[in-house]
Design a protein around this ligand. Structure first.
Ligand SMILES: CC(C)(COP(=O)(O)OP(=O)(O)OC[C@H]1O[C@@H](n2cnc3c(N)ncnc32)[C@H](O)[C@@H]1OP(=O)(O)O)[C@@H](O)C(=O)NCCC(=O)NCCS
Length: 154
């Protein structure tokens, strides 16, 4: 499904690599199902914001995908909303995403640069976003997001 949604292998491989370690926790790997068919997928996985005051744990939302024939029916939004709800329930405090600002700001994401947080690679400021799952979680936090090796080359 990821291959079809993204018309390529990159994101499907990313999911496989993130799921590889024995320590992988599938609680934040969510599918949308319609008529017993998987039509959407979202994954949240561990990253770190390397700050001046020390490392702050966070989650990366990546990838988010909906089967082409099921897009624009609210499935992606539902996956993000339910996913963020689960992140909060499990006690996570911060999420980050690289994506389209028009899409992700509707869930409360805002440009990370506003908090002095940057991506480890060149990216337009407005496309790299964070969300405080707990209000104030990013107060006093500045730094660079560090992705695990699974993300290399994606
Ligand atoms: C992006 C994607 C996950 C959205 O899921 P969806 O179920 O189609 O979207 P929803 O029905 O929840 O929301 C529809 C809105 O998303 C917008 N949208 C759809 N695809 C988009 C995209 N690639 N970039 C930005 N916005 C997009 C629509 O224009 C619509 O906007 P509106 O509400 O202002 O009219 C889905 O289209 C998809 O899988 N695309 C291919 C893979 C991809 O680009 N993933 C994003 C990774 S960051």
């Amino acid at each position: 499904m990821n291959r079809r949604a993204f018309a390529g292998e990159g994101e499907a491989r990313l999911v496989e690599k993130i799921r590889e370690p024995a320590s992988f926790n599938p609680e934040l790997s969510l599918v949308a199902v319609q008529d017993e068919q998987v039509v959407g997928y979202v994954l949240f996985s561990d990253i770190i914001i390397q700050g001046r005051e020390g490392d702050v744990p966070a989650l990366a939302l990546a990838p988010l995908a909906v089967s082409p024939e099921f897009q624009n029916q609210g499935i992606g939004s539902e996956l993000v909303r339910r996913g963020l709800q689960e992140c909060r329930r499990l006690g996570h405090k911060v999420a980050a995403v690289l994506g389209h600002p028009n899409y992700y700001t509707r869930f409360g994401f805002f440009p990370a640069i506003e908090k002095g947080i940057s991506a480890p690679f060149p990216v337009p400021d407005e496309a790299f976003m964070v969300l405080e799952l707990v209000p104030g979680a990013l107060d006093g936090v500045t730094g660079t997001v560090i992705y695990p090796p699974a993300f290399n080359g994606v």
